[in-house]
Design a protein around this ligand. Structure first.
Ligand code: ASP
Length: 324
């Protein structure tokens, strides 16, 4: 919050706290949806996941509480999840068929309907920051591969070797799929990360970051960096970030369709997300979506046994969960 505004509020409403006067904010995040059975995840491992979710919520909350923008909150929250080896984004990303890591990310600003995205990134630690730079510093929406790297270097991003993204767990997951000759998508443990925030100025932003699907080939790109599929935000409706089998989300134009359900059929955010998940289920796809509307109402819908998820609001409410 800008200093002069704080001063004015104190002058005119001396007996109220800032939190009582200022408009609400809210932030919702996910760390991927998939097959995660409570019995196959020890309480210690569950605790580890929840603790990173909480840390990410905390970071987003402090941005929004101090009057920061929803875009800042979304990017800073996602950076925490990208830096954790637990999630399929940034440091913990899954491997391609060739044993390399290719990252996709996107952001969208619900006020201006501007957006930025990157795909097939091999050498930038936090692709979500690069997606934001594409939105703010280029005239494009989606950059891929070498060109995206060149843009990143021009923008002063530090490069990391692809080996930075190596984690033993993801390497073993690839070996398992290679052994069974299973196609990407048959591994239904997801782990993409995403965040949607509403700030005190009434602006909504959304972002998603992922390593895609284990064993992906041929430069495969999923829904996460595609605006209208994995990510969408519009102040008039809401903001959305998806996780799941990307091919289905692409075919549905998932997140844009949720927004359209709210705009044209006046569905509330939860109904719209539920209906879209029903469409996904009918097509045979699996996954989840998080969303929030301009009042800070939150939706977290999925058709898998679990989705790492959580939210935090200016009214002090806070929630994290993994299973249904
Ligand atoms: N949606 C991502 C993709 O298809 C993967 C995921 O969310 O797990 O690339």
């Amino acid at each position: 919050m800008k200093k002069p505004l704080q001063l004015l509020i104190f002058l005119f409403f001396p007996c109220l706290t800032i939190a009582q006067i200022l408009p609400n904010y809210a932030l919702v995040l996910h760390g991927g949806a998939g097959v995660m059975a409570a019995e196959s995840m020890t309480p210690a491992v569950q605790k580890e996941y929840v603790s990173v979710l909480n840390r990410a919520l905390q970071v987003g909350d402090s941005v929004l509480a101090s009057g920061g923008t929803s875009m800042d909150a979304v990017v800073k929250t996602i950076v925490i999840l990208e830096d954790s080896p637990l999630f399929n984004a940034g440091k913990g990303a899954v491997f391609t068929h060739e044993g390399t890591v290719e990252l996709d990310a996107s952001v969208m600003d619900g006020k201006t309907l501007t957006a930025g995205a990157v795909a097939g990134i091999t050498d930038i630690k936090n692709p979500i920051e690069l997606a934001r730079a594409v939105m703010e510093k280029s005239e494009h929406v989606l950059l891929t591969g070498k060109g995206a790297s060149q843009f990143a270097i021009e923008q002063g991003f530090k490069q990391v070797p692809n080996s930075y993204f190596y984690t033993e767990k993801r390497f073993q997951q690839l070996q398992e799929l290679l052994k069974n000759e299973r196609k990407p998508g048959t591994n239904d443990k997801h782990g993409t990360v995403g965040c949607v925030a509403l700030d005190r100025f009434g602006n909504i932003a959304a972002g998603t970051s992922t390593g895609g699907m284990t064993n992906k080939k041929y430069g495969r790109i999923g829904d996460s960096p595609v605006i209208g599929a994995g990510t969408y935000a519009n102040n008039a409706t809401g903001g959305f970030s998806c996780t799941g089998h990307g091919e289905y989300y692409l075919r549905l134009g998932f997140s844009r369709d949720v927004s359209a359900l709210m705009e044209y059929r006046q569905l509330d955010v939860q109904k719209a997300c539920q209906l879209e998940i029903e469409k996904l289920t009918k097509l045979g796809g699996t996954g989840g979506v998080i969303g929030l509307d301009r009042y800070g109402n939150i939706a977290m819908e999925f058709n898998t046994p679990g989705m790492f998820r959580g939210y935090i609001k200016s009214d002090g409410s806070r929630f994290t969960a993994i299973f249904k």
